[in-house]
Ligand binder design. Structure first.
Ligand code: MG
Length: 243
C-alpha cells in the first residue's frame, strides 16, 4: 500500500517536472497592419450560447483565487477596476466560439501599451490583445487584435476610443500527451468588428510579455480570463459557445 502510494507521488512529480517545453524562436512582424474602417453592427447571443455577461452582474465571473470579481458593473457594461486584478469565468472551456464587446477609455491616456490595455486570455493563457489602437503606435504584435507578442492583426480595424468594438473568436484548444508535451498547438481565428484579423493561426504557447512563448500542459478546459492592465476598459455582451 505504502509503496504504491510512493510510486504514485513519484509519477506525479515526474509529470510536473516534464511539463515545461522548450521555447521556439520565431520572427517578429516588420510591416504595419493597414487601417480598415469597420461597419456599424455588433452581434447578439444565439440560442445555444452561454451568456457570460448580460450587462447586469458578474455572477459568471471570479477574481483571483475564486474571490468575488471586483470590476464595476454599470449601465449594461463592466469596467476594469484598476488594481483589483484579472477576472475569470467560473466555468471552464476548451474549443469555443466567443463574442465579446469592449471599449477603451473615451479620454485616451498614456501611449503605446499603456493606452486602453486589457486582454482576452483564452484558457487563461493565450491572449488576444485589447488595446486602444486608434492612432496609437506600439509594436505590431502588441496592438489590438494581436495574438500578444506572436501575431499582428492582418489589418487594424479599430474604432475610436470610447466606441464599442467586437471580437468574434474561434479557438481550438491545444492537446498534450501523457508526458505533458504539446502534440497539437492551439489555433485561433479572430474577427475584429466583423473583419478577419487572425486567420486560424497556430499559437506558439503562453503569451508572455517578458519571455518567449512556450507550452505548459494544462487541463482540456480552463477559465476564460480578462486582464486588469490598470486601464478602465469596458466590456459588454459576452457570450460563448462550446464547439
Ligand atoms: Mg493586454
Amino acid at each position: 500500500m505504502r509503496s504504491g502510494l510512493s510510486t504514485l507521488i513519484l509519477l506525479a512529480a515526474i509529470t510536473v517536472a516534464a511539463k515545461a517545453q522548450e521555447a521556439v524562436p520565431f520572427p517578429a512582424p516588420k510591416t504595419e497592419p493597414p487601417i480598415v474602417t469597420p461597419g456599424k453592427a455588433n452581434s447578439d447571443p444565439p440560442s445555444d450560447a452561454i451568456v457570460l455577461f448580460n450587462g447586469k452582474d458578474l455572477s459568471q465571473w471570479r477574481g483571483a483565487d475564486g474571490a468575488p470579481a471586483k470590476w464595476i458593473v454599470r449601465d449594461g457594461y463592466v469596467e476594469v477596476a484598476a488594481g483589483t486584478g484579472d477576472i475569470s469565468t467560473a466555468q471552464q472551456f476548451g474549443n469555443v466560439q466567443l463574442h465579446i464587446e469592449w471599449a477603451t477609455p473615451t479620454i485616451p491616456r498614456g501611449e503605446g501599451q499603456e493606452r486602453g490595455n486589457s486582454g482576452v486570455f483564452l484558457m487563461g493563457r493565450y491572449e488576444v490583445q485589447v488595446l486602444d489602437s486608434y492612432d496609437n503606435k506600439t509594436y505590431y504584435h502588441g496592438q489590438a487584435g494581436a495574438v500578444y507578442k506572436q501575431y499582428a492583426p492582418l489589418v487594424n480595424v479599430s474604432r475610436k476610443p470610447g466606441e464599442w468594438q467586437a471580437y468574434d473568436i474561434i479557438f481550438k484548444a491545444p492537446k498534450f500527451d501523457e508526458q505533458g508535451k504539446v502534440v497539437d498547438r492551439a489555433r485561433v481565428t479572430v474577427l475584429h468588428n466583423g473583419v478577419l484579423i487572425q486567420n486560424n493561426v497556430e499559437i506558439y504557447g503562453i503569451t508572455y510579455n517578458d519571455r518567449p512563448a512556450l507550452y505548459i500542459a494544462h487541463a482540456p478546459e480552463e477559465s476564460l480570463r480578462l486582464q486588469d492592465h490598470g486601464n478602465p476598459v469596458r466590456y459588454r455582451n459576452i457570450w460563448i459557445r462550446r464547439l
